[in-house]
Ligand binder design. Structure first.
Ligand code: MG
Length: 490
């Protein structure tokens, strides 16, 4: 048994070990080592920034063509799985499609360099409970029933970070920000003014660095727009305020009537656009200031003390604490599929088209890897198999792009409030060689799944020219997926 990889070498010691193990087990062997911890430890985690305990799974293959394939799944603990605040449907067309006058767009301003935070990576792309801070922020708005679309304003120098953070969310092209916060807000509004289908009726402007915004706050600022052209989330100041100079208190500031402004800040779209155009370059630090300067009345709506702005590393640690334990009901699913070769000149594997001397035969595009992976995800959530969701008897799936099947499985996970922690796909074939296409496959899977590339694994192996894959009659694929659902296993 040899293993494909980028440079085409093989690792006989590894393959021998796997093969021996498979022979010893004489069947499909699943090893799931759950690392359970007590409720007490999880409760303790609420108050400390602790590692989460959900596991990842990896799938290894040993082959014996006479009696079939042997797989072994092993789990490792200590990976942090991200918490999903209930994305309703990130691929729902209403979230990214054309707008109407009744629509409400969330404009997320993520163009800052985050200089106060320090560090190499801008703070909006730092990891919070397993996913970028910006993604938390976006998902909070995508999940809100009143929000019809999300538009991000970003710093083009951060394009790679941005693409990874929003993978799979189906957002419109981001708007490059300006030199100041006020410019970035205006540029975002100008983009919305040009949207196909017309500008929105209302806009929620929100700082990317407030990832813990809750649905109640969003609802309250929007509701206030029934009575006023502008409304912002804010919390009253309770602490006594001191004026300081050289480390000494030189006076006490009367806190009566003082509020801390938060975001989201909600506006009638055409009104705030006009105000921004008129006051361009005024150096104002939030959109409510633009509205006030334009003479608009701005309603103060109760925000949430948890809707913190992540400005320093201490804030990030606090955000971790506020998020609480991540979903720890960790599930593993296994998928397997085979398609035979037929006359043709290309195959589609992991959503990547590869020139080959055959094609794969099947009702859809016959992407054997995506079928195995879809079944693995469905298996992890106990949702049947690919055939029960997409019956081959239905003509509409003829020639279908198999990413449709995979996206459906991802939606089912999200609908349960779950998150895909990791997937591992093994292709079993002599040819085509997978190594040269592996990076493209990983990128494609990460995009469709909406997870980071380091949570995706694509491997390949041969069967030493034995069996149907050895005779190049077809390709087999197996996949394993780890999914975390809300709740716990105990
Ligand atoms: Mg299939």
């Amino acid at each position: 048994m040899s293993y494909h990889h980028a440079k085409g070498q093989s690792y006989p010691k590894v393959s021998d070990a796997v093969h021996s193990f498979a022979k010893f087990q004489m069947g499909i062997v699943l090893i799931r080592q759950h690392f359970l911890v007590s409720k007490r430890l999880i409760q303790h985690e609420r108050n400390v920034v602790a590692t989460r305990t959900a596991g990842r799974s990896g799938l290894g293959l040993g082959g014996c063509p006479r009696v079939g394939y042997f797989g072994a799944v092993g789990r490792v603990s200590g990976w942090r799985l991200s918490r999903v605040p209930g994305v309703r449907s990130s691929h729902d067309l209403t979230k990214r499609g054309s707008l109407s006058m009744s629509s409400c767009v969330a404009l997320i301003v993520a163009a800052g360099s985050g200089e106060r935070f320090g560090g190499e990576k801008p703070k909006q792309y730092l990891s919070l409970a397993g996913k970028p801070l910006l993604r938390h922020t976006i998902e909070a708005f995508l999940a809100h029933p009143a929000v019809t679309a999300v538009q991000v304003v970003y710093q083009p120098l951060h394009r790679d970070y941005y693409d990874q953070a929003v993978a799979g969310l189906g957002l419109p092209e981001p708007v490059p920000g300006g030199a100041t916060r006020q410019d970035s807000g205006r540029l975002g509004l100008e983009r919305l003014a040009e949207w196909p289908g017309g500008p929105p009726k209302t806009v929620l402007i929100h700082d990317a660095a407030r990832p813990l915004v809750d649905a109640g706050t969003i609802s309250r600022v929007l509701a206030a727009l029934d009575h006023t052209p502008a409304a912002i989330a804010a919390v009253p100041v309770f602490d006594t305020l001191k004026r300081g100079e050289g480390g000494l208190a030189i006076g006490t500031v009367d806190r009566a009537g003082l509020w801390q402004a938060q975001t989201p800040q909600a506006f009638h779209f055409s009104t705030i656009l006009e105000a921004h155009r008129r006051l361009a370059g005024a150096g104002l630090t939030d959109d409510a200031s633009v509205a006030e300067r334009a003479g608009l009345s701005v309603a103060l709506v109760p925000g949430s003390p948890d809707n913190i702005k992540v400005t320093t590393p201490d804030d990030l640690a606090r955000a971790h604490r506020l998020l609480g334990p991540t979903p720890t009901d960790s599930r593993t699913g296994l998928g397997f599929d085979v398609h035979r070769f037929a006359e043709g000149d290309q195959v589609t594997l992991c959503g990547v088209s590869i020139p080959h001397r055959h094609r794969l035969e099947g009702h859809s595009d016959a992407d054997v890897a995506l079928h195995a992976l879809t079944d693995a995800i469905l298996g992890a959530i106990g949702a049947g198999d690919i055939g029960s969701h997409f019956p081959p008897s239905e003509p509409r799936w003829r020639g279908a792009d198999s990413t449709v099947f995979l996206r459906h499985a991802v939606e089912l996970v999200r609908a349960r409030g779950g998150v895909i922690g990791h997937v591992d796909v093994t292709l079993i074939c002599e040819r085509p060689k997978i190594g040269p296409h592996r990076a493209a496959m990983v990128a494609r899977l990460a995009d469709v799944l909406g997870i980071a590339e380091d949570r995706v694994s694509v491997k390949a192996t041969t069967t030493e020219r034995l069996g149907f894959t050895g005779r190049e009659e077809g390709i087999a694929a197996q996949a394993v997926a780890t999914v975390a659902l809300p709740g716990s296993v105990w």
